[in-house]
Design a protein around this ligand. Structure first.
Ligand SMILES: Cc1ncc(C[n+]2csc(CCOP(=O)(O)OP(=O)(O)O)c2C)c(N)n1
Length: 807
């Protein structure tokens, strides 16, 4: 007899059906049991924090049935059953992550740089090249920040559309797509649906009509706060109902289904899969009546905020219990068969947990034993009573679980204690400390930036070249012509943002681009900065080369969260497993008005360590940075000068080919009295002031840093300071913003302190926002006169007779 569980076209035999159901049951039981045992491990101190997938197993197993190779997940920490069901996780992996095992072979999501159950699969090979993502089930890397997976979801789903609409790109990128058939699956908790990112992404996906399936795991609470506080009408799908496909237009297929109702869950996901994979119609599956049997996490107990009735209901409607009842009632298996699976699950989890712990502790214990021998031989030479106390404590710890910091802190303390002793064991101890530190640098402190051959640092510089009679053109023409060339030569290149498509951008840098390359590569977007950035992240993760445009620097703050939390930390938090080669284009610095002349460079560079920050002084350099970044796998932001689009620049004859290296400063005027470091829009002001100072007898060397991250990789600034012995940093950020960063780089890292004859100084804008109007600007941001007087005063301090005080 053939059975069908739902409306699936696939028929399977009765035995196969039973096997499937029992293997689903086993998986659910193992996930549940690993949560139970994991919780105990946290309470007994073996792990710091536990958050599990209990109560959500059945829906996730149903989802996994339609998750195919080449698909992508953008989810959160509850997806333990989903990740296990798609073969990317196991109880052993969960325990390795819970203990914080830093070895990638046991914790491949992040090498324990992340908390447990923050999932992610590996997209990159060790040499930085991309894996064939069509041969694996892909999970983008989770973040603890709720709803932060949603901006990225937009691009993950849109990539399928881009590939389907552009078969020639799909053909080039066969490791990333099969004709755009891939689905992007998102998961989110009910309470996180109160976040703006969720609504912004839901709207963007509805507008774009791209293949996303969004699952909402609704257990009625967000930690202690219940749905009546979280959501209008306490019901997210009720509120979402305006997004439902109907005669008024395309939106989503929205399904509400109970988290314990296995057949309905399977049917819902089959329906959603068909719509998404075949027709690119997105769906939202609102899974209600879910439970959280052990509460939100190991940090608290849900008995504090759930009523007795609710707690009883959670037991009665527990999805595994209901699944068990359904299996028995349907005659698929007996209670004895299921109880056997229950028992086997307990044993399996116990076994895997033991293996995870033993493998985690083995190398650490071996290091402790090595140190113990060093301790013993030092004790034989010197009378240090503390050593025996430490050994006793550490041996005790070893029985329960020992961290490297436990013994390394003692080793370092001892080294300081024997600093004046002359025994050979001192070198042994020092070597041991150095070795452990260096091994742990690799575990914990590497991969903030890509260091493989795909890094931007391996892209060679190509200087712009000019005809003898090169035309002088508006800066924006150089950008425009460069984009045309880039889009011709790189089929994966895309650009999108507010007003970018039809009119070619507010400053016309993309003029004619959409007509030539089509609306799927050059596109207008809605006004939704967070998901414009997210769109870029997702597209880049799927092999495309997006440029996401933020119309003005002042509005980057709306898109800042995905930059800070996602892009900048991605390579680090996946231990080199994922990277998003997204270019963010924006324009800022000097114009007029509080929101059109911001230059918050300190904020940007401090929030986004992990991505590059280019601050070109003109459009030739901006174009050069785009060309360089496009050749690498690294994420970067380019800030064009808002007041530079109509400034004349010579038109290079190698448009599209010249490349500006990141981290290379340019000395734009030589001098001997003082080094002036600047970048972006203030560069012209500084150059102007330097000319005036020259006439006053002060010789300034002007250096354009060109990029803030990376910063002056060959330490050229200190070479200048060695000559001038004086340093002034000028920008239009707040005081102590990027100028403080530059001082730290030059004075501390480049050691300029040793060569300074005057106090190093900064000249920046005022701390408040720049007010509107010419005078608002003049009295707020550094002017030519401000720079002149600042430098003059510094020289006056040195030689008051030659430079008498001005005021
Ligand atoms: C942006 C953000 N705010 C707050 C938190 C702290 N926090 C972690 S989990 C959580 C509740 C989430 O509830 P829900 O979305 O319903 O998911 P559940 O954990 O219940 O599956 C909160 C408030 C966070 N991680 N991120």
């Amino acid at each position: 007899m053939n059975v069908t569980l739902s409306n699936t076209k696939k028929k399977i035999s009765k035995d196969q059906f039973k096997d499937t159901i029992l293997s689903d049951y086993r998986l659910a039981a193992e996930v549940r049991e690993s949560g139970t045992q994991g919780r105990r491990d946290v309470l007994s101190g073996k792990g710091s924090f536990g958050i599990f997938g209990d109560g959500k197993e059945l829906a996730q197993i149903a989802l996994s049935k339609v998750f195919r190779n080449g698909d992508f997940r953008a989810g959160y920490y509850r997806d333990q059953a989903l990740m296990t069901a798609i073969g990317q996780y196991s109880p052993k992996h969960m325990f390795s992550a819970l203990y914080g095992d830093p070895e990638l072979e046991r914790e491949p999501s992040s090498g324990s740089r992340q908390m447990m159950n923050h999932f992610g699969t590996r997209f990159l090979n060790n040499d930085g090249s991309w894996r064939n993502l069509m041969e694996q089930k892909n999970s983008t890397s989770d973040m603890a920040c709720l709803a932060s997976q949603f901006p990225r979801l937009v691009g993950l789903a849109q990539a399928s559309q881009v590939y389907r609409d552009n078969p020639e790109i799909a053909k080039r990128n066969s490791g990333f797509t099969n004709n755009g058939n891939e689905i992007a699956f998102a998961t989110i908790g009910n309470s996180s649906c109160a976040e703006g990112h969720f609504w912004e992404a839901v709207n963007a996906i509805g507008v774009l009509q791209v293949p996303a399936i969004i699952s909402i795991w609704d257990d009625g609470y967000g930690i202690s706060v219940s749905n009546d506080v979280q959501m209008t009408k306490s019901d997210v799908s009720e509120v979402l109902s305006g997004f439902q496909n109907n005669e008024k237009g395309n939106g989503y297929e929205i399904v509400k289904v109970k988290g314990w109702d296995y057949p309905s869950l399977v049917t819902a996901y089959e329906m959603a899969e068909n719509l998404a994979r075949e027709e690119h119609i997105p769906s939202i599956i609102h899974v209600v009546e879910m439970t959280q049997p052990t509460g939100h996490s190991t940090s608290g107990s849900h008995e504090r905020y759930k009523s007795k009735e609710r707690l009883q209901w959670e037991q009665d409607f527990d999805c595994i219990r209901r699944f068990k009842e359904w299996i028995i009632e349907s005659g698929i298996a007996t209670i004895e068969e299921l109880e056997t699976i229950d028992q086997e699950s307990v044993d399996t989890v116990k076994q895997q947990k033991k293996e995870a712990w033993t493998e985690y502790q083995a190398p650490i214990k071996a290091e402790w034993k090595e140190l113990l021998e060093i301790f013993n031989s030092i004790s034989e030479q010197l009378n240090i009573p503390e050593i025996s106390d430490w050994v006793q404590d550490l041996n005790q710890l070893e029985m329960f679980g020992i961290f490297r910091r436990d013994f390394l802190s003692k080793a370092r303390t001892l080294l300081a204690m024997i600093a004046n002793e002359n025994i050979p064991e001192k070198a042994t101890l020092r070597n041991f400390i150095n070795r452990i530190n260096s091994e742990n640098r690799e575990r914990y402190n590497t991969k903030l930036y890509n260091e493989t051959s795909t890094s931007v640092h391996n892209v060679s510089e190509v200087k712009p070249t000019y005809d003898a009679d090169a035309k002088e053109v508006d800066g924006r023409i150089i950008l425009r012509d460069n984009f045309h060339h880039m889009f011709d030569s790189i089929p994966e290149a895309m650009i999108f943002g507010e007003d970018v498509g039809k009119i070619g951008g507010v400053n016309q840098g993309c003029e004619g681009l959409q007509e030539k390359f089509g609306a799927s590569r050059v596109a207008d977007t809605g006004i939704r900065e967070a998901t414009i950035i997210g769109q870029g992240i997702g597209l880049a993760l799927r092999g495309l080369r997006p440029i996401a445009e933020m119309q003005y620097l002042d509005y980057v703050i709306y898109g800042f969260q995905p930059m800070v939390d996602d892009i900048a930390s991605l390579y680090y938090r996946t231990h080199g497993g994922q990277i998003t080669p997204l270019i963010i284009r924006t324009r800022g610095h000097r114009l007029e008005g509080i929101w059109h002349s911001g230059s918050p460079m300190g904020m940007l560079l401090n929030g986004t360590r992990g991505m590059y920050l280019c601050v070109p002084r003109d459009m030739t350099r901006a174009a050069g940075f785009y060309n360089t970044l496009m050749q690498s796998n690294d994420p970067g932001m380019v800030i064009e000068c808002l007041n530079g689009y109509r400034v004349k620049e010579k038109l290079p004859n190698n448009i599209g080919e010249f490349r500006v290296s990141l981290g290379k400063v340019e000395t734009t005027k030589g001098g001997s009295d003082i080094t002036l470091v600047t970048y972006g829009s203030t560069w012209r002001i500084v150059m102007n002031a330097a000319d005036k100072l020259e006439k006053a007898g002060i010789s300034c060397e002007v250096i354009d840093s060109q990029t803030l991250v990376p910063f002056d990789l060959s330490s050229d600034i200190v070479k200048s300071v060695k000559k001038t012995n004086r340093l002034l940093v000028i920008d239009e950020d707040v005081p102590g913003g990027a100028s403080a960063y530059i001082l730290q780089k030059v004075v501390e890292e480049q050691n300029a302190y040793n060569f300074l004859d005057s106090e190093p100084q900064t000249l920046s804008a005022k701390a408040h926002r720049p007010p509107y109007g010419k005078d608002g600007d003049y009295f707020t941001k550094p002017s030519v006169e401000d720079v002149f007087e600042k430098v003059y005063n510094m020289m006056s301090e040195v030689n008051p007779s030659k430079y008498p005080s001005l005021y």
